[in-house]
Write a protein that binds this ligand. Structure first.
Ligand SMILES: NC(=O)c1ccc[n+]([C@@H]2O[C@H](COP(=O)([O-])OP(=O)(O)OC[C@H]3O[C@@H](n4cnc5c(N)ncnc54)[C@H](OP(=O)(O)O)[C@@H]3O)[C@@H](O)[C@H]2O)c1
Length: 247
């Protein structure tokens, strides 16, 4: 039986490419009201190409590091679509360097984009969720937040912090019928992993029990499930989607 998702409004950050774009498409195809946010100007066109029904989807520009952008987007969403019920904190960056050489900016930008933004955007979202006594918050972490990785002290720190964020907020909001979970992808085929050479990708695939890099749909499928009523008893969890790379 298909679920009645009524007029649930979903906001996805960094929805113009990679994992965020796959999540945007999955929610749009599942008849949610979907707002995909983007930073680069090309994002508007990419998302508009998918949106055939403007009454239940929109692309809005939001740099997740800008408090003003966040406040403006939430205002626009509330005016046009109503309260947000589901938030997917997906936008993220890497600035890899060995720790000894890591510059202040490389640390600050990664923490601000991957972690501080989650604080900023989630804080805006929960106002609506508390009022409507329903909410789903899904953070996109990383296998590296669990395993660590040389050259990624900044990135791994930002992603492992999401686990503490998820568990603590899940405890705070459970009584309001709001669940908070993290999805930690392994190696997924996107622009982020395109930086790897073919040889590196082959070596990585060999180290993965399921012998392949993941697809963006592997992540989107879980996001759809966690947002659904079928996942109403799951909160404070981290779920690995990594082909067995890290167990
Ligand atoms: N791919 C993987 O193997 C993998 C593995 C583990 C975790 N992840 C996580 O999954 C998430 C998505 O990764 P991906 O592979 O899809 O990456 P991607 O293809 O590089 O896309 C990143 C997205 O984040 C957006 N973004 C970055 N900084 C932003 C900012 N300041 N404001 C707004 N948007 C911003 C980008 O927008 P622009 O187009 O404007 O740059 C883009 O839409 C990230 O949190 C990443 O850490 C990915």
């Amino acid at each position: 039986m298909s679920e009645d998702i009524g007029n649930r409004v979903v906001l996805i950050t960094g929805a113009n490419r990679g994992i965020g774009l796959a999540i945007f498409k999955a929610f749009y195809d599942s008849n949610y009201i979907v707002i995909g946010t983007y930073r680069s100007e090309s994002g508007q066109e990419i998302l508009n190409d998918i949106i055939s029904d403007e009454s239940r989807a929109a692309a809005m520009r939001m740099d997740v590091t800008s408090k003003k952008d966040v406040t403006d987007v939430f205002k626009k969403v509330r005016e046009r679509f109503g309260s947000i019920s589901t938030l997917i904190n997906n936008a993220g960056i890497t600035h890899d360097n060995l720790f000894m050489r890591m510059k202040d900016e490389e640390w600050d930008e990664v923490i601000d984009t991957n972690l501080n933004s989650v604080f900023r955007i989630t804080k805006e979202s929960i106002k609506d969720m508390i009022k409507s006594k329903f909410g789903r918050i899904i953070n996109i972490g990383s296998v590296v937040g669990l395993s660590g990785n040389p050259g990624q002290v900044n990135y791994a720190s930002s992603k492992s912090a999401l686990l503490g964020f998820t568990k603590s907020l899940a405890r705070e909001l459970a009584s309001r019928n709001i669940t908070v979970n993290t999805i930690s992808p392994g190696f997924i085929k996107t622009d982020m992993t395109k930086k790897l050479t073919d040889d590196q990708q082959t070596a990585i695939a060999k180290s993965i029990p399921l012998s392949r890099l993941g697809s963006t749909d592997d992540i989107a499928n879980l996001a759809i499930f966690l947002a659904s009523d079928k996942a109403s008893y799951i909160t404070g969890e981290n779920i690995n989607v990594n082909g067995g790379l890290y167990m």
